[in-house]
Design a protein. Structure first.
Length: 436
């Protein structure tokens, strides 16, 4: 029998610390979600006012410019609060860099609240994951300095994703598959305890409901129909590769332009004013096919515009996440594919949303390269129906294999490698990742 290493043994004291990490993470992420709801509501009211009074359109542009200026000044001397923040956690886990969580945590909270809540195509989940990881880092440094950092940081990150998506099982899978990358007793039990207490703490403040509600029951597919399921898996893999290529190289948009936040915030404000449907990350687009679906041309337009808006923000490391944007893009891809099948008479219109879910699953698996988390996440946020689990598994696997075959790097691992290359050598002064 193989003996466990010393750092893999779970003690009662550490179990209590994992619970503390979960409680603090649950409270912080719930406060973050509540703040986003308030700020987003105010910005929507301002957008509606400017739409009804075109002479005051400049107010919306001015508001976004002011937010951009505030965020720029706050992040000027703390590069770790820029972007999605997940690669920073990788570096902390691998002990490749040091971080003052006491500074980065509140900065990440404030700056991501401003950018995501202002209507940019950025998600709350990436910043939430970083904040959860920083909570884990803080608990470890204060009470368990000898403990391996990956367990507390990874557990906190998974707990934050669980609260952000209202998906506890996906949070546990994300913690193990993407962050800790180990499946020993401490990793599994620590993640489960942290996620459990985070969700309980969150439920005390906000109701825990699935991200997608009123999901219909789908008819069981025949074996011969699995061909069209397999095809959406391959298409999601190709779309995920396109997503990674465009977003990871989005800094080319500013090659000959100033890189302060003024330009992207101005461009995004003008695009939103031209089409208010582009406001925010686009979670409402996930449920288009459940209501009065938009046309095929409009779906393609939204797919392309959401990529552009995300690229504009991500190109200069604006604080905010990409997990929800990649799910929205996957949902739009699935809607396009399902609508085409319905127009060709291959499926009923009621089945279009089924392919929306498959598109989300395949996109997540291809982009982040975590197929198990993709399956569990989509299964949970859609209410946990088991009837189509096999289809999710097939799509996740094919999308993952397509991205691997094309040798497109995983999204966050690419950012992590790029960040490591930019870290100063010993003895050099650290440089900000945001150029002026």
């Amino acid at each position: 029998m193989k003996l466990m290493k010393q750092d893999e043994i779970l003690t009662g004291g550490e179990l209590c610390l994992f619970a503390l990490t979960g409680i603090l993470t649950g409270l912080i992420i719930t406060a973050y979600k509540s703040g986003l709801k308030v700020l987003s509501g105010l910005m929507r009211q301002l957008l509606t006012f400017t739409q009804n009074n075109p002479l005051y359109s400049w107010l919306f542009v001015l508001a976004l410019l002011l937010i951009g200026l505030i965020v720029y000044l706050l992040t000027l001397h703390d590069p770790d609060s820029l972007g999605s923040g997940i690669p920073v956690l990788y570096a902390l886990i691998d002990r490749k860099k040091k971080n003052k969580w006491q500074r980065t945590l509140p900065l990440r909270f404030i700056t991501s609240l401003l950018t995501v809540g202002s209507g940019l195509t950025l998600g709350r989940e990436g910043p939430s994951v970083q904040m959860g990881g920083l909570v884990g880092q803080g608990v470890r440094e204060l009470y368990a300095k000898e403990a391996e950092p990956r367990y507390f940081i990874g557990a906190g990150a998974g707990a934050a994703l669980a609260v952000a998506f209202n998906a506890p099982f996906a949070g546990i899978c994300f913690s193990l598959e993407e962050m800790i990358k180990r499946f020993n007793k401490k990793a599994v039990c620590g993640s489960i305890v942290t996620v459990f207490f985070a969700v309980i703490a969150s439920d005390c403040l906000l109701p825990n409901v699935p991200l997608l509600q009123a999901v219909p029951k789908f008819q069981i597919l025949s074996l011969r129909q699995y061909f069209i399921v397999a095809l959406i898996g391959i298409l999601a893999g190709l779309s995920g590769c396109l997503f990674n290529f465009l977003i990871l190289n989005s800094n080319f948009l500013y090659r000959y332009l100033p890189r302060q936040f003024v330009l992207p915030f101005t461009l995004i404000a003008l695009l939103i004013l031209c089409d208010p449907r582009l406001f925010g990350v686009g979670e409402n687009m996930l449920e288009y096919s459940l209501k009065e679906n938009v046309g095929l041309t409009t779906l393609i337009y939204f797919y392309l515009m959401k990529l552009l808006l995300l690229a504009l923000a991500f190109g200069i490391n604006v604080p905010g996440g990409t997990l929800v944007p990649l799910l929205v893009s996957g949902a739009l891809l699935g809607n396009i594919y399902g609508t085409l099948l319905a127009n060709l008479g291959q499926i009923d219109n009621s089945m279009i949303f089924f392919f929306v879910l498959l598109g989300m699953c395949g996109h997540f698996a291809a982009i982040v390269r975590t197929p198990l988390t993709a399956i569990i996440l989509v299964w949970e946020i859609s209410g946990g129906a088991l009837a189509y689990m096999l289809c999710l598994v097939l799509v996740s696997l094919l999308a993952y294999m397509t991205a691997e075959f094309l040798r497109v790097p995983p999204f966050y691992e690419y950012l992590y490698d790029k960040m490591l290359q930019s870290l100063p050598a010993k003895g050099e002064a650290p440089a900000s990742t945001l150029k002026s």
